[in-house]
Design a protein around this ligand. Structure first.
Ligand code: FAD
Length: 360
């Protein structure tokens, strides 16, 4: 896939499309980025945006997420203050008692920076917790960010590097010639491309079906509440039974009930208010806490739970980037995708995650 001034069109201005566009432009490619809605208007804007590599993942996926964590340090340096990550770590006591020791042993053997901490240390890490548990897992290497701000930062730097960002431009079809994608039909007209990157989140499955290959997604919904800004209360991601929460750099507390998804709530506002009440019970200093908004997003999760990254099966000129944990993985996926598209490299770390695994 080599060539230096080829025209690459990226579909989707979520965090993955923004990161891929940025990394391509940083390497000198000519890039157009399209989105039908506002940047980060779908999964990214509804994301909890915890940067982590922890728990219940197969080793290759853990390895990729670890690289994601490390790549954030590089990206922060490159974006020179425009990307803000809160590196407070994660404090977790939302696990079955019997799970804790085996998970800690396994992740410690893999080199993950985690350990069990007792009540006194939990209290000193998070003094506002009303009822610190007897013990929790503290993963010091984890972080979190505000996903809309992070995406906007990537887009701004990408635009500085020459990326044409077309917001409000919807892709309606692909132009295909002799088994190769050569461009797109969009509401703004038709567009020629040497390569197209499909980073359209949950909408990617529909495009795949139209192009004749399988990309089965689970797409589970997730609701979060965002409070009005508060003074500093929480320094890290906290996962307790039925409540995970963090505080963004702008002071807003963000909380949800489960990382696993569930049914779409009948009344999202009422669910948001219930979450605000739970935060008030969990943290002191929150008497004046108020809900600002709720977000409800679909997680773009390939059917087997693992990312789908790489060339589309059976079609030239199309590269896919569809995954959950897209916040954690964005810097790594952006850089690796640019290497694969521009250098013809095949990044070995990505080999378990190729989209052709879904081919019949
Ligand atoms: C509730 C929730 C919690 C999450 N928590 C975490 C977490 O803690 N950590 C983590 O790492 N990940 C988390 N995730 C997952 C993460 O947010 C996603 O993996 C990531 O945001 C996906 O980014 P994306 O750019 O692929 O997709 P999206 O953000 O969905 O972007 C896709 C873009 O494509 C555009 N698009 C679609 N169709 C078209 C079209 N026809 N024409 C033009 N544009 C189009 C859309 O408008 C959209 O902006 C969470 C997700 C949710 C919903």
């Amino acid at each position: 896939m080599a060539g230096s001034r080829q025209h690459i069109v990226v579909i989707g201005a979520g965090i993955l499309g923004a990161s891929i566009a940025y990394h391509l432009a940083r390497r000198g490619a000519r890039v157009t980025l399209l989105d039908r809605g506002p940047p980060a208007g779908e999964a990214t804007g509804a994301s909890f945006a915890w940067i982590n590599a922890s728990f219940r993942n197969p080793k290759p996926y853990y390895d990729l997420r670890m690289v994601g964590l490390q790549e954030y340090r590089r990206l922060e340096a490159e974006l020179a203050g425009r990307l803000v990550v809160t590196w407070g770590g994660g404090l977790n006591w939302d696990l079955e008692e019997a799970e804790i020791d085996p998970l800690v042993r396994q992740h410690a053997a893999w080199g993950y920076d985690l350990r069990i901490v007792g009540r006194d240390e939990i209290r000193s890490l998070e003094p506002k917790l009303a009822a610190p548990p007897e013990r929790a897992i503290f993963s010091a290497c984890e972080g979190a960010l505000a996903p809309v701000a992070a995406t906007e930062a990537l887009l701004a730097v990408a635009a500085d590097l020459g990326v044409e960002v077309r917001i409000g431009d919807e892709v309606s079809d692909f132009l295909v010639n002799q088994g190769r994608v050569i461009g797109l039909e969009t509401t703004g007209g038709s567009l020629e491309a040497d390569y197209v990157v499909l980073a359209a989140g949950v909408a990617s499955a529909g495009f795949a079906a139209r192009l004749g290959f399988e990309l089965p997604l689970q797409s589970s919904p997730g609701l979060l509440v965002h409070s009005r800004p508060m003074p500093p209360l929480l320094g890290r991601v906290v996962e307790s039974p039925g409540l995970h929460m963090k505080q963004d750099p702008d002071g807003r507390l963000v909380a949800g009930t489960s990382f696993g998804g569930g049914p779409v709530p009948n009344d999202p506002e009422a669910e948001g208010q219930r979450l605000i009440d739970r935060i008030k019970a969990a943290l002191s200093g929150t008497e004046r806490l108020e809900m600002e908004r709720v977000t409800l997003g679909l997680r773009p999760i390939p059917e087997d739970g693992l990312p789908a990254i790489g060339p589309a099966p059976g079609l030239e000129g199309l590269y896919l980037a569809v995954m959950h944990s897209g916040i954690t993985l964005a810097p790594a996926v952006g850089r690796f995708a640019a290497m694969e598209l521009l250098d013809g490299a095949e990044v070995e770390l990505l080999s378990p995650f190729r989209p052709d695994r879904f081919a019949a």
